[in-house]
Design a protein around this ligand. Structure first.
Ligand SMILES: Cc1cc2nc3c(=O)[nH]c(=O)nc-3n(C[C@H](O)[C@H](O)[C@H](O)COP(=O)(O)OP(=O)(O)OC[C@H]3O[C@@H](n4cnc5c(N)ncnc54)[C@H](O)[C@@H]3O)c2cc1C
Length: 376
């Protein structure tokens, strides 16, 4: 019997891995804690980079479907001063598909899910424990009492991975607080705001605070307020009044984005692993994506998660007789690739939440095209 791969987590990384393994005839099953593909709204839009996310989709045989669903015009971005003055307005070449087109996260996840046979993803299975079996491989226990076993366990279970502690003892740090709001059907209900945000991303950076908004493919606006953690409880930011108080003196067209949000603001802690985290290899288990390298969200995490999936799959497919060597080669390559990206992401995050952020960002947008754009 061939190698059986269990993937904990059906996010972008886990699904990319499963898809490419299956294309190579390797038995891979994804265990996902959510009960269905629509259990949780997938929110926001991502831009996929040619050298990472798009390359992974090509290896998955999904480049054509990606092109038909992506929004190159979503690359447009605007940087405003708190006064409302435009500092940067970047408009991509019309019709060009050379850059980093945007795609809604939900659309991308559906594209991967639709490429897998129905039995490849087991919904409603939250992994709670994995113990090594005497002859090699792992015994898996799920919250609903279900058990199963595998030869190779891949932790693709995101920021709070339960597989990660098998390999590394990691402390997450709270790098920012993100408060999100949505305005659905913005063109009809809030045409002025839709116009202000445009087809892509808008940022406005103040002292230790960022107001950002992006347009999604479904016609809604996603508004994100990023704050430097200051010890106040997250629940403080469920109140629009408290949020608006932070933006006193800003152009009312900008604060109108907060006022327009449907329902209550949703705050969450943004966490990161120390840059440079690695682990000594352990037989039969590895990590991809946020489980392996949780970074501040400045536009790389999903791209790198998908590339991890593609690289691990390629190694396993090329050397099925020696999966341990394949895993070690994947890990070495991943550590080398991620190190500088994690450091850069930490630097950009710190820069964006600094008192001089606005001036720094203008310089970044006008002189630093090789670096990834912040993801709002
Ligand atoms: C606000 C924000 C904006 C971002 N913007 C961008 C961007 O523009 N570009 C970009 O590249 N990246 C962006 N990122 C980062 C990106 O979202 C992540 O890096 C990416 O989703 C990681 O993919 P993953 O597959 O590793 O993990 P996830 O997408 O987190 O998927 C993990 C999956 O595992 C499941 N799971 C968790 N625990 C268990 C368990 N115990 N058992 C079973 N299943 C489990 C979860 O339900 C989930 O489906 C952003 C992140 C944030 C927070």
């Amino acid at each position: 019997m061939g190698m059986r791969v269990a993937i904990a987590g059906g996010g972008l990384g886990g699904l990319t891995l499963a898809r490419i393994l299956r294309r190579h005839g390797i038995d891979a099953v994804v265990y996902e804690r959510e009960t269905s593909r629509s259990a949780r709204p997938q929110g926001r839009s991502l831009d996929l980079h040619p050298e990472s996310g798009q390359q992974a989709l090509a290896a998955a045989g999904l480049a054509g479907r990606f092109r038909s669903r992506a929004r190159p015009e979503g690359e447009e971005h605007r940087l405003l001063a708190p006064s409302g003055r435009t500092l940067v307005h970047h408009v991509p070449d019309p019709g060009s598909f050379s850059g980093r087109p945007e795609i809604d996260r939900g659309v991308l996840r559906d594209l991967l899910l639709d490429s897998l046979p129905g039995d490849a993803v087991r919904w409603g299975r939250r992994l709670i424990a994995a113990s090594p079996r005497p002859g090699g491989g792992w015994e898996l226990t799920f919250q609903d009492g279900h058990r199963s076993s595998c030869d190779l366990l891949v932790g693709a279970d995101g920021a709070r991975s339960v597989v990660r502690p098998l390999l590394a003892d990691v402390r997450l740090s709270h790098v920012a607080t993100l408060v999100e709001l949505t305005v659905v059907d913005a063109d009809r209900r809030r045409p002025g705001l839709a116009e202000l945000v445009g087809p892509g991303n808008l940022w406005c950076v103040g002292e230790n605070r960022i107001l950002a908004a992006q347009r999604l493919g479904d016609g809604s606006l996603r508004i994100g307020i990023t704050l430097r953690p200051d010890g106040r409880p997250l629940d403080t930011w469920r109140d629009k009044r408290a949020l608006l108080d932070l933006f006193g003196g800003w152009d009312p067209r900008l604060t109108a984005l907060i006022e327009a949000g449907d329902g209550r603001p949703a705050p969450r802690a943004i966490e990161a692993m120390p840059a440079g985290t690695r682990w000594p290899g352990r037989p039969g288990v590895t990590l991809i994506g946020d489980a392996a390298h949780l970074m501040p969200p400045v536009g790389e995490g999903a791209n790198q998660a998908m590339l991890d999936g593609a690289e691990l799959a390629a190694r396993l497919a090329a050397g099925p007789a020696d999966p341990e060597a394949a895993i070690r080669a994947y890990e070495e390559g991943m550590f080398t690739r991620i190190g500088p990206i994690a450091e850069m992401s930490a630097r950009i995050q710190a820069m964006m939440l600094s008192p001089t952020a606005a001036a720094d960002l203008v310089r970044f947008f006008t002189t630093g095209p090789a670096e990834p754009a912040p993801a709002g």
